[in-house]
Design a protein around this ligand. Structure first.
Ligand SMILES: Cc1cc2nc3c(=O)[nH]c(=O)nc-3n(C[C@H](O)[C@H](O)[C@H](O)COP(=O)(O)OP(=O)(O)OC[C@H]3O[C@@H](n4cnc5c(N)ncnc54)[C@H](O)[C@@H]3O)c2cc1C
Ligand SMILES: *[C@@H]1O[C@H](CO)[C@@H](O)[C@H](O)[C@H]1NC(C)=O
Ligand SMILES: *[C@@H]1O[C@H](CO)[C@@H](O)[C@H](O)[C@H]1NC(C)=O
Ligand SMILES: *[C@@H]1O[C@H](CO)[C@@H](O)[C@H](O)[C@H]1NC(C)=O
Ligand SMILES: *[C@@H]1O[C@H](CO)[C@@H](O)[C@H](O)[C@H]1NC(C)=O
Length: 481
């Protein structure tokens, strides 16, 4: 409980002598004030997990989410007629105790993950030029299955040298130089070019794979994933009802929608100068003020996004978060594409290094789990509009059909699911990594009553985010309360 003396202190702390204070507690109805242990900004993978575990441990939280649902990068398609669902955003999880316990908590079953759609023949076409199905030339190293298998083992041996990668971004000093190489150079250095095809199909959303700093690829393609390919680790899992959104909907109900989770909410100011953190929020049911002991930021911390929260950033925070760049990632579901349902089309550029299609562009197009629906994924290293992405996708479908003589089909292609996941992966240049960027980032933990979690602190990998939040972060947060 919050004492009257504390409230008075908080109000006093908002007098002008404390700087740019703009939140006036007195202007809020008492019914609009939420007093909590932790205010969580962002109800995606990391924020929801943290709030659930804090509640289980007896702490009070308020989660502020700008969308109309929890789940972040989860995208669950629901067929309007049959109600059948499938995931086309976050879908593959590691079969670890943290994942199993989380699903069990909400009585959601898991099943072995077998891919984003049915297992059909993979064919290759240049989706940026003519769309004609081609046989990848044998000069491309990943066309040789034996070389691909050998590359899994070789990559596994390389990544095993860096066990610290499973604990967020706790990097040694100096940072091992291989981690700083562009991934294409790393593959060449260790004669692992045959891995490029597999990496292209998994490490999506980063922009150009071969130019991506190896550290980030290692984060995305951890040893456990490779071990599953070679059969020495259990396969990944996914929701048995193909509905990861259901997990988040149950988390929402568990936490308490409206009381402990504010959906469709806009944070307009956050002040951390007083004894408590003040978070001013606009919600569909009016303004709210969260008064919390601690702040947990669980959104992608681009400087612009933090400024958008009205967060009272320190100079150090400005400097650190201002260094982030980000890639772009879209996922889509289309109907009426007229594409054959027995093939998955992977984008290829046989003239590009290792045949890897340059981005911006599509990774590929393939049948979804429900008949007559097509899934598509697109990435870019720089900003693109939704209209550009849609136009290029429709053009690729048209070219595939004309170049390969597929029947034109009836109806016109239509987007029934389309999500822009910007800002996707937040990265800094290799020189910044070598210069201790991540130590400085990690050094912010706990400062100014603020804790940080999410993909930027762990990896774009929900299993890893939940594990790290559970094992590394929450014990520290709890100790600070
Ligand atoms: C298409 C796609 C497929 C993926 N597939 C997988 C997969 O198969 N397996 C896997 O493990 N990972 C996958 N990922 C990676 C995924 O990014 C992570 O698993 C995880 O979602 C990252 O969690 P996060 O909490 O950092 O961010 P998010 O889940 O994005 O959560 C951030 C939340 O903050 C909210 N937010 C943002 N700004 C504000 C604001 N100003 N105020 C309030 N709320 C705000 C957002 O709406 C969002 O809900 C995929 C990602 C994408 C885009
Ligand atoms: C996950 O791993 C556990 C323990 O090894 C196993 O019992 C379970 O069957 C696995 N789950 C799935 C869906 O494969
Ligand atoms: C979980 O996190 C801990 C500490 O960060 C790490 O040592 C461990 O390997 C992680 N486990 C998994 C399955 O990622
Ligand atoms: C992000 O990348 C773009 C394109 O490479 C570059 O122009 C820009 O300066 C980068 N921004 C930061 C903050 O690094
Ligand atoms: C899929 O499309 C084909 C061809 O247009 C049609 O015959 C079939 O009924 C459709 N199936 C479903 C489930 O919509």
């Amino acid at each position: 409980m919050l004492s009257r003396a504390f409230l008075t202190a908080a109000v006093l702390s908002l007098t002008p002598c404390f700087g740019s204070a703009t939140i006036n507690i007195g202007s809020y109805l008492s019914s609009a004030i939420l007093v909590r242990d932790v205010a969580v900004i962002g109800g995606g993978s990391s924020g929801t997990y943290a709030a659930v575990q804090l509640k289980r441990a007896g702490y009070s939280t308020a989660v502020v989410e700008k969308a109309s649902r929890l789940g972040g990068h989860v995208d669950t398609y629901r067929d309007p007629v049959t109600g059948q669902t499938f995931d086309y955003g976050v879908l593959a999880l590691l079969n670890t105790s943290v994942v199993r316990d989380y699903f069990a908590l909400f009585s959601e079953a898991l099943t072995v993950y077998t891919g984003a759609g049915p297992a059909v023949t993979r064919v290759y076409a240049n989706l940026a030029t003519d769309g004609e199905i081609v046989t990848p030339p044998s000069t491309i190293p990943w066309t040789d299955p034996a070389a691909v298998f050998a590359s899994f083992l070789g990559y596994g041996a390389q990544i095993s040298q860096y066990p610290f990668l499973s604990d967020g971004y706790s990097l040694p000093n100096p940072v091992p130089e291989d981690l700083l190489l562009p991934f294409g150079d790393f593959l060449a250095k260790h004669d692992l070019q045959a891995l490029a095809g597999t990496a292209f199909s998994i490490v999506q959303g980063v922009g150009n794979l071969l130019a991506t700093t190896t550290l980030y690829v290692f984060k995305y393609l951890p040893k456990t994933t490779i071990d599953a390919f070679v059969g020495i680790a259990p396969p990944p899992v996914t929701s048995a009802t193909f509905n990861i959104q259901a997990l988040y909907n149950k988390a929402l109900a568990y936490l308490g929608s409206g009381t402990n989770v504010l959906l469709n909410a806009n944070v307009i100011a956050i002040e951390r100068d007083g004894p408590r953190v003040l978070v001013a929020v606009l919600t569909p049911s009016g303004p709210k003020l969260i008064i919390a002991k601690k702040l947990l930021v669980a959104i992608q911390p681009k400087l612009s996004a933090l400024q958008g929260l009205g967060l009272d950033l320190t100079l150090q925070e400005r400097d650190i978060f201002g260094q982030f760049n980000n890639s772009y990632y879209w996922d889509m579901v289309l109907k009426n594409t007229g594409l054959p349902s027995d093939r998955r089309f992977t984008n290829i550029d046989v003239d590009a290094p290792l045949g890897i299609a340059p981005m911006p562009g599509l990774y590929g197009l393939g049948p979804g789990p429900i008949a007559n629906l097509t899934l598509a994924y697109y990435s870019s290293p720089s900003s693109r509009t939704d209209a550009q992405v849609k136009a290029e996708t429709l053009e690729a479908i048209f070219k595939l059909k004309t170049a390969n003589g597929f029947p034109p089909g009836t109806g016109t292609p239509e987007f029934v699911g389309f999500n822009d996941h910007r800002p996707f992966w937040l990265t800094v240049p290799p020189a910044a990594i070598a210069g201790g960027f991540y130590d400085k980032l990690n050094g912010l933990q706990g400062k100014k009553n603020t804790w940080w979690t999410g993909a930027t602190f762990v990896a774009h990998d929900s299993s890893a985010i939940w594990n790290w939040t559970e094992v590394s972060l929450l014990p520290r947060v709890k100790a600070s309360l």
